[in-house]
Design a protein around this ligand. Structure first.
Ligand code: F0G
Length: 451
């Protein structure tokens, strides 16, 4: 497929740093091998995350100026609630400053020690919140083919039969297993199962626009908007990290069908996030999000956006880099397969991410055993693969940047056998990819020293 023309042109630009190889080595040493600890001026192309790193449109900047900063009853809150209602069909919202804050309110309110959350796959902060309140988490994703984010329905039924399931969560798209989408057909079957067993079904909507694009293209609805609405119609409620498909740099919300449990949730939210008509967001943040939610549903925007991911995927495929089939927001390199000399306990996804940084100043992230972490009993959670994720910020990088990334992979392809295993120097107890440090990651093959 040829890449569609970007449906925007660039109005403001930001310089891209160009650290030398010596500066990269020194920055990585200071960061003790943790890419989250690098200063952004030491990064040339930042593919660490697509979360809050995109560019806003002129309409969003204009909306920002009109933001209403009233403590209570802000006009911007009502605009945001209107967008959520019209796009997703959820009638009440509680803003939160980001997705995990919404999770904190949800699990803090509904969480039950000994309860079980079953999902296709949860994002790591969701898992951490569930564990924090003493709940077990179980994933049952199929992880194969285009609809790799789908629930394995047989496994789902089995897990429900084992008992104690309080909540089902559909993560769309499924970030932890390749950013692959979930079909409407699969979600309808999950809905039937949830109804039959009287279990609540919620949706993690962080990338629901991208998921809806795939459903639309597969003929499951007449537009991405129609598919997003049909997805939410199956749900008892949802929450969103608006830093992804809200096209804003910060924000989130809980969305309720008709306002069930609103009082309880609002009470808890007031303690940590603030009064329910701002809940951790500024008026201008809510105003620009109200616009961004619509822009993310635009067919031209989504066609280009998903095309960017496919474009990077196809460029790396030229060097025979093994990857998950391209999903919504990122290219997932199968580092476990590409670096067969490394075991999962060597964290190949992290080793490759560090090598990519040393070679070209490209920052990526590990999605594998390191991120998966440990369960309530301290055992390593089985990761669904050992990936290095190249997350693509929205409306931010051009084909030129993707070419640069592809050149770095051409270099790595020539010397991947020499990429070393890394060791954990300090392991943090929860969400360990953020705080842990590493040893033995320095790898400066002579051919790169002069770059
Ligand atoms: N749910 C999903 C599916 C996510 O991908 C994330 C964040 C969250 C919830 C939490 O939202 O960051 O606003 O608190 N994912 C980012 C990422 C951090 O890089 O994939 P948050």
């Amino acid at each position: 497929m040829s890449l569609p023309i970007p449906p925007w042109r660039i109005k403001g630009v930001e310089p891209v740093p160009a650290p030398t190889s010596e500066e990269r080595v020194s920055a990585l040493e200071k960061a003790q091998g943790n890419l989250f600890h690098l200063p952004s001026h030491a990064v040339t192309v930042d593919l660490l995350t697509d979360s809050g790193t995109g560019a806003m449109s002129q309409s969003q900047w204009a909306a920002l100026m009109e933001g209403d900063e009233s403590y209570a009853g802000s006009r911007s809150f009502h605009q945001l609630e209107k967008s959520v209602r019209e796009i997703f069909g959820f009638h009440r919202i509680l803003p939160a400053h980001q997705g995990r804050a919404a999770e904190e309110i949800l699990f803090g309110t509904f969480g039950r020690k000994g309860g079980v959350v079953v999902s296709n796959h949860l994002f790591d902060t969701t898992t951490a919140h569930a564990h924090h309140v003493g709940m077990e988490t179980k994933a049952c994703v199929v992880q194969e083919g285009l609809w790799g984010g789908n629930f394995d329905l047989g496994l789902l039924e089995n897990q429900i039969r084992e008992g104690n399931v309080d909540l089902l969560v559909a993560t769309v798209t499924c970030n932890s297993t390749g950013g692959l989408p979930v079909s409407l057909k699969n979600l309808r079957a999950v809905y039937e199962i949830a109804r039959a067993h009287h279990i609540r079904l919620w949706v993690d909507m962080a990338r629901i626009a991208e998921n809806s694009y795939f459903q639309w293209k597969a003929g499951e609805g007449e537009s991405p908007l129609a598919c997003a609405k049909a997805t939410c119609d199956l749900m008892d409620g949802g929450w969103m990290s608006a830093k992804k498909d809200g096209l804003v740099n910060m924000g989130g919300f809980i969305a309720l069908r008709h306002g069930e449990h609103y009082e309880e949730l609002a009470e808890r939210g007031i303690l940590s996030e603030g009064f329910p008509t701002y809940g951790g967001m500024s008026g201008r943040g809510m105003a620009s999000l109200a616009v961004g939610l619509w822009e993310a549903m635009d067919e031209r925007y989504l066609t280009h956006r998903i095309g960017e991911v496919r474009d990077l995927h196809d460029r790396l495929a030229e060097w025979d880099v093994p990857m998950v089939s391209p999903g919504g927001h990122a290219v997932f390199v199968d580092a476990g397969a590409w670096l067969p000399h490394l075991k999962p306990t060597d964290f190949p996804g992290q080793s490759l991410a560090l090598a990519l940084y040393l070679v070209a100043g490209i920052r990526s992230s590990e999605i594998g055993s390191l991120l998966a972490g440990r369960d309530l009993s301290g055992e390593q959670i089985d990761a669904h693969g050992e990936y290095t994720r190249l997350a693509i910020p929205r409306r931010t990088y051009t084909a030129g940047h993707r070419y640069f990334v592809s050149e770095a992979f051409r270099i790595l392809a020539e010397c991947r056998e020499s990429i070393p295993p890394i060791l954990l120097a300090k392991e943090s107890p929860s969400l360990r990819h953020f705080q842990s440090t590493f040893e033995r990651f320095l790898w400066t093959p002579s051919q790169f020293a002069k770059n």
